[in-house]
Design a protein around this ligand. Sequence first.
Ligand code: FES
Length: 175
Amino acid sequence: MTKAEHGAALEITDEQIDQICEEFGNREGSVVQVLQIIQEKYGYVPAEVLERVGDDLGIPHSKMFGVLTFYSQFYQEPRGKFILKVCVGTACHVRGAELLVDKIKENLHIEAGENTEDMMFTLEPVACLGSCALAPMAMVNGNSFGKLSPDRMLEMIHQFQEEEASENKESVSAS
Ligand code: FES
């Protein structure tokens, strides 16, 4: 059994990997789709999972690693439950994107590309998100937020923390 983590600990079994590969006909040409599904479920592609996919699709490990590193969409390490993508493109830069990034760093004690210790947040400065009129922009788990101020950014972080705390409370009281 292979373990994977994405915020909370999750598990992916060899059988589940086999099943995903089978759904795509165990074809070498479907490697990117298979890895996308694995990453969607687990937040990243662990090395053991990569090997198993390679075995199923008949692709040598070195080639699998080449695919994983070629596409910037794939991650090899676990990431936080909330991915804070802060745009540092030109329009956002001139409207204070760095202040947003600094606010996150200061409050969560992480640098760009790092996760918080509790695996709640990952900070990812990114290039233009395509909504420059709303600069400065950020995206959190696929949702866009525009015209942000450092205080608003902090408020959002607190909101996510509160939501998470109440979700945890509910799951404790339900068990
Ligand atoms: S530069 Fe930030 S959205 Fe375009």
